[in-house]
Ligand binder design. Structure first.
Ligand code: NAD
Length: 428
């Protein structure tokens, strides 16, 4: 298809002063109070565009409407407060779609209990959206979707005889960096028809001057390749970690030696839990798309999902039964309150089968079963870092605790030859 695959760099700064971007009209973001929808809505609303966040979660709607972020996202709350009740509204009333010029769908796209992508919910949402959207509106799919879904949605619109333009423009932010990345990352846009592409171009040019145009299938795969690549990359490091530690060698001494002033190893990640709502799920989507022939993806799943099991088997060697174990940080990554698909919870389950007691703590997640940090530190024989929250960097840990730090977060304190599990046995 001619014209696709090109990078379009728009001189946004200049054109704002002399030739303003066309106003896209009223935007409704479906799933607008979530991790993708809310930052995006805040950015558009701060550009002076009228944004309605449509969501089914009443607690999140109430939080957003009173100027509070329902989850952690750096710098988002101050920008939210500038626009809430002005250019930004949150509601559960889907009649707002009737007046929309643009609808952006960012509802979740989970995998089912058989680890296959589920599209039933997505279709239900799309069908009810299509019923309400006026003709000549633009519907942008921004969730990460199974390859081919954009075409199916496009065909659905055609078969209903509706004149609604369809585009697929995947979100690529990382949680915690959304406010910075929405404006700095090039935006991938795609559509089947020139008019839909033009509308998508005008929409995303408002927030970012660099647009990359692909076909919808290319864009769907670009998003899945991105997340799977990261997941595989973490798996390589985790595999090397397992290898080194099985031989009683400190992985981080090797990591440091291999990467220090050696640019070719710049992408050698540190080990750690590769978890969260996207990376595994999107590797599974690609796996399903490949007819379960995505061997490297499957291998990565075994390694990454096996890391908690490895920790437990290493601890078993020096005696686990009768011990109290604390997990510090239950979120799926550091400085986050997102516990979705966190491997710290898998670790907890495994430990509960063998340890005398498992104490969990996290500064950002409320849970009646968690204990305060001090109590966890005092009562535990073994301390495992579950999520590398910055607040743990300068922890004072009582002497004589066995410390497990897969992330290499805490400073090294031992000599060559000792297992990192042993090496991190020292107080911090
Ligand atoms: N979280 C990330 O960092 C990230 C980054 C890039 C892409 N994505 C993709 O974006 C999509 C959304 O992810 P998320 O993390 O924002 O999920 P989320 O759960 O944080 O947000 C989804 C929101 O949709 C709402 N919702 C569910 N059903 C709805 C409906 N029928 N009508 C209106 N609202 C509804 C939920 O209440 C929730 O607030 C997924 O496909 C994900 O893979 C996520």
């Amino acid at each position: 298809m001619s014209g696709y695959g090109k990078v379009v760099v728009l001189q946004q700064e200049k054109s704002e002063s002399t030739n303003p971007m066309p106003n896209p009209g009223r935007i409704v973001i479906i799933g607008g109070c979530g991790h993708v929808g809310l930052p995006l809505g805040i950015v558009f609303a701060n550009c002076g565009i009228s944004v309605t966040l449509l969501d089914i979660d009443h607690e999140k709607i109430a939080a957003v409407s009173s100027g509070h972020m329902p989850f952690m996202e750096k710098s988002a709350e101050e920008l939210l407060r500038k626009v809430v009740s002005k250019t930004l509204l949150a509601t559960a009333d889907n009649s707002c779609l009737r007046d929309a010029d643009v609808a952006i769908a960012v509802v979740g796209t989970p995998v089912d209990e058989h680890l296959n992508p589920t599209v039933t919910e997505l279709y239900r949402n799309i069908d009810s959206t299509l019923d309400l959207l006026p003709d000549n509106s633009l519907l942008v799919l921004r969730s990460t979707v199974y390859p081919g879904v954009t075409k199916l949605v496009y065909d659905r619109v055609q078969s209903r005889g509706r004149r609604i333009h369809i585009a697929f423009c995947p979100e690529r932010i990382a949680e915690g960096k959304a406010m910075e990345e929405i404006r700095s990352l090039p935006q991938i846009i795609s559509a089947f028809e020139p008019e839909a592409l033009e509308r998508a171009r005008n929409l995303f040019a408002i927030i970012n001057g660099e647009l990359i145009e692909l076909t919808p299938l290319e864009a769907e795969l670009a998003k899945l390749f991105t997340n799977s690549w990261r997941y595989l990359n973490f798996a390589i490091s985790n595999q090397f970690y397992l290898l080194a530690e099985s031989y009683g060698v400190d992985f981080y001494r090797i990591h440091d030696a291999a990467t220090r002033r050696y640019p070719r190893m710049g992408s050698f990640a540190r080990a750690g839990f590769a978890a969260g709502p996207c990376l595994l799920k999107d590797t599974l989507q690609l796996s399903a798309f490949s007819g379960n022939n995505f061997f490297m993806g499957h291998a990565a799943m075994l390694v990454n999902e096996g890391l908690p099991n490895f920790i437990v088997s290493q601890l078993r060697k020096s005696g686990l039964s009768g011990k109290a174990v604390a997990i510090l940080g239950m979120a799926f990554k550091g400085d986050s309150d997102d516990k979705r698909e966190s491997l710290a919870y898998k670790l907890r389950k495994l430990l509960m089968l063998e340890a005398r007691e498992v104490l969990c703590t996290d500064p950002y997640i409320e849970d009646k079963d968690f204990v305060p940090l001090d109590e966890a530190l005092q009562r535990a024989d073994i301390i495992i870092l579950g999520a590398p929250h910055s607040v743990y960097l300068s922890l004072a840990v009582p002497q004589g605790k066995h410390i497990v730090d897969v992330w290499g977060f805490w400073p090294e304190r031992e000599t060559a030859g000792a297992s990192a599990l042993t090496a991190r046995h020292q107080s911090l």
